[in-house]
Design a binder for this molecule. Structure first.
Ligand code: GLC
Length: 726
């Protein structure tokens, strides 16, 4: 179907039929759904007519080949012009094969594997009838109090961009129209949802346009530059106007400046939320503001179907503004081939073979091992040897709650737990398991059983963390420590005089006081997904060596938040910690530095950096500088090291971050091996948004940093000069 045939189809549509295309409803509204009629909660109050449903444009949150086929079939029987439904769902880090949460995937720094995980997620979702996934979420985050940091790839604009591209390519593949194993991607939440004040979900975001463009927008743009088909609006305000009704953000920037002509969908209820935000009197004004902002699909509220026709009749809007949205929605349906193949990739038989395929689980296991971050390993307690007697203790010792939030069709009971993985690795007489406590409660009996289990062990493996309801959407915490009962358990086990290896299952950077001091080793496992137990055993016994690096700083304590590596110097930077200065930018009761900085992650081996050299110390707009450094494996294990390259613009027209990640390289070194790593510096990497928002570089001094994290680095200065100057 071509654009002209779409337009001729539109000519046959009534205004109400066109407006209904802008409506997205959950499965229970539709005939053919196994949940038909089970309309509960806020949905039950929605003033939706049968005609609205019969001409609705898309379905939210339904998957399963049989279910999708059933709904689509019924819909086509009742839709006058036979316009198929779009099926959209949250496939964030896997469909049924669940991968580590995105913040964990980011810590692998492995965009190829990240892309592979999205490809597999798309394959499982597409065969189950899904057409669009509401991913990738690319919101830059600097506040671990916010529950949705687990869904992001962290605090760095560069890294968020490379992962945005990887996820879009993974979900959409290279030929969305013909590749029935792909799904359309929807980048979210536009824009700057991760900057919610105080880390409280849905809260106000108030950033300068310069900061928005410099740090928060690049990842959305990267996704769109990769061909991402859809954008989802954010719940929050941007410069005082809710994103969902923000014409400057949506029409001027997203559509006109960036040229995005795909489908823009509201987040759940975000059109109607313009009323509590205080920029709309009622549903009618909410509909007016959202349609004028260019929001094509209203998710799960009925402002459009209730009032757009009236607004056209009153002359408040032209019918053409509705036609624009309808054309974009029908064009997406056409691009997905739904007019010819309304069931697209849905296949009941094939679904049984594809979903949870062992090959998919193997990729999840590999990605989980690369996503874990080794934070401490005193006395090389890790890797373990198989002759050790293990006490496995903690609420996550045998928990399937390792899939994390947004785990789609993932089944906790099918996840490989730590206990199950240990039982496959050790004889029963070498493994003693005790819960020790629940996530947020502890009993004396549990404590005694744990200490008893520890007494017969050579090594204690403690599995602690947050349950998955403690992060994710609306999962915000002001206290980012482990729950007190778990700290109590750890403290009690520390009196047993045995080495303690602590495994963390959590969706955010935590304040690790009360953990780090009682542990000989700490491994951040995040929510590692379907194969979590197996991946952790691979790491604990050295089958795989940890290589993950943090993409979000771990604060010393929540009072530091927001704390992030690419910060400004201020006019009174803190000097040497022992300088005893008072009138500088510091705290009286805590350090300035996070406990673990961006880019931090240990290995079982050690790496040494040396000989950072540049081919020139002068760069022009047309030249490039090649930096080389030597990295040596000075330990006893083969290991993978993620070498990071940062640049500092020493003097700018506006203040500039002390470091900005500009690239990285992953290398594998045998014990004793040295490799040279190279990085090419070009002028475009030095550009930034000036006070007038122009994006350009300035001549002057720069510093290149190369290192194992954002703090432990070698450095070398260079200049950007005008062409032709000696
Ligand atoms: C939720 C989330 C959004 C998700 C949508 C559909 O409120 O904010 O990320 O895609 O609703 O479930």
């Amino acid at each position: 179907m071509t654009t002209s045939t779409i337009q001729s189809l539109m000519k046959q549509m009534t205004l109400n039929e066109k407006i209904a295309q802008l409506l997205q409803l959950a499965g229970p509204f539709f005939k053919g759904s196994t949940e038909q009629g089970h309309i509960t909660g806020p949905m039950a109050a929605m003033p939706i007519s049968v005609e609205n449903i019969e001409h609705a444009g898309s379905v939210l949150g339904v998957s399963g080949a049989a279910e999708v086929i059933s709904i689509q079939k019924k819909h086509l029987e009742n839709n006058r012009l036979g316009i198929p439904l779009l099926f959209m769902a949250d496939i964030i880090h896997g469909y049924k094969t669940i991968f580590p949460v995105p913040l964990a995937i980011a810590c692998s720094w492995d965009t190829e594997l990240a892309q592979k995980s999205a490809e597999i997620a798309a394959k499982e979702a597409a065969v189950s009838g899904v057409h669009v996934t509401f991913a990738p979420m690319v919101d830059l985050v600097r506040d671990p109090r916010w529950g949705r940091v687990m869904e992001s790839t962290g605090e760095d604009p560069y890294l968020n961009q490379v992962f945005a591209k990887a996820f879009v390519n993974g979900f959409q593949g290279q030929d969305l129209s013909n590749d029935l194993q792909s799904v359309a991607a929807c980048v979210k939440h536009f824009a700057a949802y991760g900057a919610a004040e105080a880390g409280r979900d849905y809260n106000t975001v108030d950033l300068s346009e310069r900061q928005l463009r410099e740090s928060y927008l690049p990842a959305y743009k990267a996704a769109l530059d990769e061909g991402c088909e859809m954008v989802m609006t954010a719940f929050n305000t941007v410069d005082g106007i809710p994103a969902t009704g923000n014409e400057k953000l949506m029409r001027s920037l997203l559509r006109e400046e960036w040229g995005f002509d795909g489908v823009l969908i509201s987040d759940w209820g975000a059109v109607k939320e313009l009323i509590p935000h205080g920029v709309a009197e009622d549903d009618k004004e909410a509909a007016l503001k959202a349609i004028k902002a260019g929001v094509d699909i209203e998710m799960m509220t009925a402002c459009y179907v209730q009032h757009l026709a009236e607004l056209v009749t009153e002359g408040a809007i032209e019918e053409s503004i509705i036609d624009e949205s309808v054309l974009r929605i029908l064009t997406l349906k056409e691009k997905l081939g739904l007019f010819e193949q309304p069931y697209r990739g849905a296949d009941v038989e094939l679904e049984q073979q594809v979903v949870s395929h062992p090959d998919h689980l193997q990729v999840s296991r590999e990605l989980a091992t690369k996503s874990c971050v080794l934070l401490k390993n005193d006395n090389h307690i890790l890797p373990l040897t198989s002759n050790k007697n293990i006490a496995l203790i903690g609420p996550f010792a045998d928990s399937g709650d390792i899939l994390g939030p947004w785990s789609a069709l993932g089944v906790r009971e099918e996840a490989v737990t730590l206990k199950q993985a240990f039982e496959k690795h050790l004889p029963t007489n070498q493994l003693n398991v005790a819960t020790g406590c629940h996530v947020e409660t502890i009993t004396q009996q549990q404590l005694e059983e744990a200490v008893q289990a520890a007494s017969n062990a050579d090594v204690i493996v403690v599995a602690v963390g947050e349950d998955s309801e403690m992060s994710g959407e609306a999962g915000c915490r002001t206290n980012i420590q482990l729950p007190a009962p778990q700290l109590e358990l750890l403290k009690a086990l520390a009196t047993c005089g045995k080495p303690i290896i602590t495994l963390l299952f959590n969706g955010r950077p935590l304040d690790l006081h009360g953990v780090i001091e009682y542990s000989d080793a700490v491994l951040e496992a995040w929510y590692p997904g379907s194969e979590g137990g197996n991946a952790l055993l691979d790491l604990l016994y050295g089958v795989t060596i940890p290589s993950g690096k943090l993409t979000m700083s771990f604060p010393d304590n929540v009072g530091q938040v927001p704390v992030y590596y690419n910060h400004f110097n201020t006019g009174r930077p803190q000097g040497a910690p022992d300088a005893q200065e008072r009138y500088v930018s510091q705290y009286l009761d805590a350090p300035n530095d996070p406990l673990f900085p961006f880019g931090f992650g240990l290995s079982y081996t050690q790496f040494s950096y040396s000989d950072l050299e540049l081919t020139s110390t002068q760069l022009t707009k047309d030249s490039e500088i090649t930096a080389t450094a030597s990295v040596s494996n000075i330990g006893h294990f083969t290991g993978e090291e993620i070498v990071q390259f940062y640049i500092q613009d020493v003097v700018g027209e506006v203040v500039r971050p002390l470091k900005e990640l500009k690239g990285y390289q992953s290398i594998i070194l045998e014990p004793g091996e040295t490799q040279q790593v190279t990085f090419t510096i070009t002028e475009d990497q030095l550009r930034y948004h000036h006070a007038d928002l122009s994006f350009k570089s300035d001549n002057g001094s720069f510093v290149l940093y190369v290192g194992t994290n954002s703090k432990d680095v070698l450095s070398h200065s260079f200049q950007l000069i005008s062409q032709g100057r000696n």
